[in-house]
Design a protein around this ligand. Structure first.
Ligand SMILES: Cc1ncc(COP(=O)(O)O)c(C=O)c1O
Length: 301
């Protein structure tokens, strides 16, 4: 994409360069977000999805890492919309804001450094399959926990854990990894939250089971309840995945992605589940501003 936001200005991408000495590059202390904007061909409009909520999460994460930047949440929402307009985008895109300690000093710490934000966009269709369904393994890597590097944080260093799990999945010939936490309970996928369906009820791990507090997870809970399904937040064990009627991942990147096989065991009949598809349909209409009661989730750009 031609333009990015860097050091307080929208500039051509080639002007946005950081030093190899940048502190956060060495110590994994950058906080980032993954946001989507959708293009609706029918109406020729771009829709910003949950912009405010993503920047609110970014600010909560920054608080944990003692970071402060010059821009406010409202300003960042406007800057992101301006970036989309300036790049003249007419496709589904992913937006990556990243806050980092820009100092060129050596030393891992969270005080005495200056934080800055950069934002760039890239075209992104489906991050993982949303139609045929995804095959997954339960990873041999354990999810991080709160007193180590909190899974609540979208902090660069924490994604080494995701990278180990995802790589294990790819090498095993499947698409995704499901990671268990230190107590052996299911936490989430490498970059998405997880739901299972049993007897017509949706079950998802609670925020205390070492998950990222996903915005899509929240949206799924709202949609499911509005469709009349009970949603339960409780711990899930590995074998419960195998015997679930349906399993799906959700996330800004992953959207709603049915899981059809885990550790070589078919989930349900091995096809995307009925309730998963029902939620998926509502979600995809909602993100393009087509459902009145969820219109406040999106903003026309
Ligand atoms: C580890 C992890 N879990 C869950 C999610 C889903 O979160 P959200 O729905 O807010 O995108 C993501 C993606 O951002 C993630 O990286």
């Amino acid at each position: 994409m031609e333009y990015v936001y860097f050091e307080g200005k929208i500039v051509p991408e080639e002007e946005a360069k950081i030093s190899i000495k940048t502190n956060s590059f060495h110590y994994g202390t950058a906080i980032f977000e993954g946001i989507r904007a959708y293009y609706d061909k029918e109406t020729d409009k771009m829709f910003a999805l949950f912009f405010k909520e993503h920047y609110e999460r970014l600010f909560k994460n920054m608080k944990v890492l003692n970071m402060e930047i010059n821009e406010s949440i409202e300003e960042l929402v406007e800057i992101t919309k301006e970036l989309i307009r300036k790049n003249n985008i007419k496709s589904d895109i992913y937006i990556r804001p990243i806050v980092y300690f820009s100092d060129t000093a050596i030393g891992p710490k969270l005080i005495g450094y200056n934080a800055k934000i950069a934002i760039y966009l890239y075209p992104l269709g489906d991050y993982i399959d949303i139609e045929k369904g995804t095959k997954a393994i339960v990873s041999s890597w354990t999810r991080l926990y709160d007193n180590m590097i909190s899974p609540r944080l979208k902090v660069a260093g924490a994604y080494v854990n995701s990278a180990f799990a995802k790589t294990e999945a790819i090498l095993a010939g499947v698409d995704e990894a499901i990671v268990l936490n230190k107590n052996g309970y299911v936490s989430e996928g490498s970059a998405e939250n997880i739901f299972i369906v049993r007897d017509g009820k949706l079950i998802t791990p609670p925020v205390s089971d070492d998950i990222l507090e996903g915005i899509t997870r929240w949206a799924v809970m709202v949609i499911a309840k509005d469709l009349g399904y009970e949603v339960i937040e409780r711990s899930i064990t590995r074998t419960e995945l195998y015997i679930a009627d349906e399993v799906f991942f959700c996330g800004t990147g992953a959207q709603i992605s049915p899981v059809v096989e885990i550790d070589n065991r078919k989930i349900g009949d091995g096809k995307p589940g009925k309730i998963t598809k029902e939620i998926q349909k509502v979600y995809f209409d909602a993100v393009k501003g087509k459902i009145e009661k969820y219109k406040h989730w999106v903003e026309e750009i």
